[in-house]
Design a protein around this ligand. Structure first.
Ligand SMILES: Cc1cc2nc3c(=O)[nH]c(=O)nc-3n(C[C@H](O)[C@H](O)[C@H](O)COP(=O)(O)O)c2cc1C
Length: 306
C-alpha cells in the first residue's frame, strides 16, 4: 500500500484528469470495471462553477508522439456534477479526487467548499492553468498568484489539496514552493504544453480553439525534468505525469522524486493502460530488488565503500 496524503492506495498509478471517463467506461464494461478498476485513485475531469460547452470542433489533433487537444473543459458545472456525476463517481472502488478550476479565487473557493462537505470526495485537485480574470495572471504561472489562491482556499477544507501545476510557467519550482508554503498537501505535474497544428489544406489553425495542449510521449522528457526539479524544491508528495505509456516511464518519474504517477493520453489507446503500467512497474521494481544486492556487493568489493 502507498500512503498519499493520508489515503491508502493499492499501487502508485492514477489517471490524469480528463483522460479517462469512468462513467462512460462503466456503461461500456459494466460492473467488470469496478471489480478490476485500472487506477489506484480516480481523478475526475475539471469541474467549473458554471456549465461549459467547451471549445468548437475540431478538438483533437493526433501527431506522431501524442495529441494536441483543445477540448476547453466542457462539464455540467458544480450543480450538475453534484447531482449527476458525483453519485456515479462516488461509487467507484477507489478514492475519488475531484479536479476543480475557477476564473477567480472566489470561484475556486466555492468549488472547494462544496466538495469539502461531501464524504465521497477524498481530495481536491486545483487546476491552476487558467487566468485569474481579476488580475489577468495565470494562477499557476506566478508564485504570488498561486500562494494567494492557496491562502484563500486552504481554510475552506481539511481534505488534501493537490495543486496541478502548469508547465507553461517560467519557474515551475518556484510555483511549487509557493504552493507548499501556502498550505498545499501535494503538487501534480505536468499539465499540457501549449501547441498548435495547421490544417494542411488552408494553413489555418486546425483546432477550433486555435491552440491546444500537447500531451503524450512528446512531453515525456519535459515532464521528467520538471518533476525532478519540483521534487527537489518541495517536501510534499509529487504526482508525476506526462507521456507515460509503460512501466518504465512510471519508474522514471518515481525515481525523479514522484510519489504517484498518472497515466493520461495512453488511456485513449488502451483503456486498461493504468493497470498494465502498474503491473509492468511492479515487475520492474521486483526484478531490480532481486539484482540490487548483487550489484551492491560487487560495488562494495570494487570500491570498499559500504
Ligand atoms: C483530452 C485531454 C483532456 C484533458 N483534460 C484535463 C482536465 O479536464 N483537467 C486537467 O487538469 N488536465 C486535463 N488534461 C491534462 C492531463 O490530465 C495530463 O496532465 C496531461 O495530458 C499530461 O499527461 P499525458 O501526457 O499522460 O496525457 C487533459 C489531457 C488530455 C489529453
Amino acid at each position: 500500500m502507498i500512503d498519499f496524503c493520508g489515503l491508502s492506495l493499492a499501487h502508485p498509478i492514477v489517471n490524469g484528469s480528463g483522460t479517462f471517463d469512468a462513467i462512460a467506461a462503466r456503461r461500456t464494461f459494466g460492473d467488470a470495471l469496478l471489480a478490476d478498476f485500472p487506477f489506484a485513485a480516480f481523478v475526475s475531469k475539471t469541474v467549473t462553477l458554471e456549465p461549459r460547452q467547451g471549445n468548437p470542433p475540431p478538438r483533437l489533433w493526433e501527431q506522431p508522439a501524442g495529441l494536441i487537444n483543445s477540448i476547453g473543459l466542457p462539464n455540467r458545472g458544480l450543480d450538475g456534477y453534484l447531482e449527476r456525476d458525483l453519485p456515479e463517481l462516488g461509487a467507484l472502488p477507489v478514492p475519488l479526487i475531484v479536479n476543480v478550476m475557477g476564473f477567480t479565487r472566489g470561484e475556486v473557493g466555492r468549488l472547494v467548499a462544496a466538495f469539502a462537505a461531501r464524504d465521497e470526495v477524498a481530495a481536491v485537485e486545483l487546476n491552476v492553468s487558467c487566468p485569474n480574470v481579476e488580475s489577468g495572471l495565470v494562477m499557476g504561472a506566478d508564485p504570488g498568484e498561486t500562494a494567494a489562491l492557496l491562502e484563500h482556499v486552504r481554510p475552506l477544507t481539511s481534505k488534501p489539496l493537490i495543486v496541478k501545476l502548469t508547465p507553461n510557467a517560467t519557474d515551475v519550482g518556484a510555483v511549487a514552493a509557493a504552493a507548499e508554503a501556502a498550505g498545499a498537501d501535494a503538487v501534480s505535474l505536468i499539465n499540457t504544453l501549449r501547441g498548435m497544428a495547421l490544417s494542411p489544406g488552408t494553413g489555418e489553425p486546425w483546432l477550433g480553439g486555435r491552440t491546444g495542449g500537447v500531451s503524450g510521449p512528446a512531453v515525456r522528457a519535459i515532464a521528467l525534468a520538471q518533476v525532478g526539479e519540483v521534487a527537489a524544491r518541495v517536501t510534499i508528495p509529487v504526482v508525476g505525469m506526462g507521456g507515460v505509456e509503460r512501466g518504465v516511464d512510471a519508474d522514471d518519474l518515481l525515481r525523479a522524486g514522484a510519489t504517484l504517477v498518472a497515466v493520461g493520453t495512453e488511456s485513449f489507446r488502451d483503456p486498461r493502460a493504468g493497470e498494465r503500467v502498474a503491473d509492468e512497474l511492479r515487475d520492474l521494481q521486483s526484478k531490480r530488488s532481486e539484482i540490487a544486492p548483487e550489484i551492491r556487493s560487487a560495488d562494495t568489493q570494487k570500491t570498499g565503500i559500504k
